[in-house]
Design a protein around this ligand. Structure first.
Ligand SMILES: [Zn+2]
Length: 393
């Protein structure tokens, strides 16, 4: 499935959580959670522009120092988001170092922090040049669920209840634009920077009749066309990808309602499960999910069947199954793709377990199928937002 971003877990399922989300054709990435980042090389860390921290327990936040050390001395704006107390937490981290040498840096790093409350956002910026003293007071802005928006994507958040407030996150591409090679050949055009401009025009919803000029390339002709003509000839527009990310939360009716809404229509859903089903009481006492509860949450959203039946997804599900260890707590991020196959809730998880019977006896919770409880139509909602969607798509 074509997508603007290609998320991948930073670490193995028994290690710190973190989802690295690089963007296709861009030297840019987002990061969900700041656990141990030692597996990400500097060239990957330097791509990160936005970091969303679900909560500041150590396994979700210890990577802050690694990231800061890598970007220090760079000309960079880094945006970080986190739940209640996040600004104090970051200020505490920054206060832990001596910054007497930073005025020698010619490149200036800036950190832009956003703290998420139920009804408002607190924002404050920090600059390397003054030792991260903090610029001005904390700005207060209303919060309606949207943390970050660009013409092509949006990041939404909901506040979930762990032992402390914990953010659930989603990242959704508005729609996806593929450039057709056959269209390029027909018009005698060659790929170039103009493609980014053209895609930006589509996301900006410019007037379809506006003229768009393409400069001649070394091997291709240029020309001036209307955006509508180029779209018809060159662009294949499909629904965008959505991913959702849930970490440490207690399983309550409120949690289920919020997760179902946040993960609605998600193509991939990552859920952290810290305990086996037989440790349900311990999970409840510490406000974590069991593997079974994670599977049940995954089943709350019904995926588009055509998205979930590919062999690639089946392969991914099988790979994750290798990490399930019988007779010990499971700490892993459970991808919904494992639960999605054929849209049968976590039934596919049971099938994987069945090939290794010890899993079932260990009480991993994947013993019977669950019926998806939501019926959703992702394609309808996407096409409503897309003025360039062809009627046949
Ligand atoms: Zn936690």
């Amino acid at each position: 499935m074509p997508s603007l971003f290609q998320p991948r877990l930073v670490n193995g399922p028994f290690e710190d959580p973190g989802l690295f989300i690089p963007f296709q054709f861009e030297r840019r990435a987002m990061l969900f959670d700041l656990g141990d980042l030692s597996r990400l090389p500097p060239r990957e860390l330097l791509k990160i522009t936005h970091v969303f921290v679900t909560h500041t327990h150590m396994d979700h936040f210890i990577g802050f120092d690694q990231l800061l050390r890598c970007v220090l001395g760079r000309q960079k704006d880094l945006c970080l988001y986190g739940p209640r107390g996040f600004i104090d937490n970051v200020e505490g981290k920054l206060a832990g170092y001596s910054w007497d040498l930073v005025d020698r840096f010619t490149c200036r790093l800036a950190l832009h922090l956003t703290e998420v409350h139920a009804d408002r956002l607190l924002r404050r910026s920090y600059h390397c040049g003054d030792g991260f003293a903090g610029a001005g007071d904390r700005l207060v802005q209303p919060f309606d669920g949207r943390l970050h928006a660009e013409p092509c994507l949006a990041v939404d958040a909901a506040i979930l209840q762990h032992s402390i407030p914990c953010l659930g996150l989603s990242l959704a591409e508005r729609f996806h634009v593929n450039i057709l090679r056959t269209g390029l050949e027909e018009l005698g055009l060659t790929p170039g920077p103009w493609i980014s401009r053209f895609k930006a025009a589509l996301y900006a919803q410019v007037d379809p009749q506006i003229e768009f000029t393409i400069e001649p390339g070394p091997r291709g002709a240029g020309g001036t066309f209307t955006v509508e003509y180029l779209t018809r000839k060159l662009a294949r527009i499909t629904p965008g990808q959505k991913i959702a990310y849930i970490t440490d939360v207690g399983d309550t009716p409120a949690t289920r309602e919020v997760v179902a809404a946040l993960a609605r229509d998600a193509d991939q859903l990552f859920i952290e499960a810290a305990f086996l089903e037989r440790e349900r009481e311990r999970a409840a006492a510490t406000h974590h999910l069991t593997a079974r509860q994670a599977g049940e949450l995954a089943a709350l959203r019904k995926p588009a069947a055509s998205r979930c039946s590919t062999s690639r997804r089946a392969t991914r599900a099988a790979r994750w199954s290798c990490y399930w260890k019988p007779g010990r707590p499971m700490i892993g991020l459970w991808p919904a793709s494992a639960a999605d196959i054929s849209g049968r809730g976590y039934y596919s998880g049971h099938e994987i377990c069945s090939r290794r019977p010890c899993h079932s006896s260990a009480g991993c919770g994947f013993g019977r199928p669950a019926e998806p409880q939501l019926k959703l139509n992702r394609y309808t909602s996407c096409s409503n937002n897309n003025p360039y969607q062809r009627s046949s798509d």
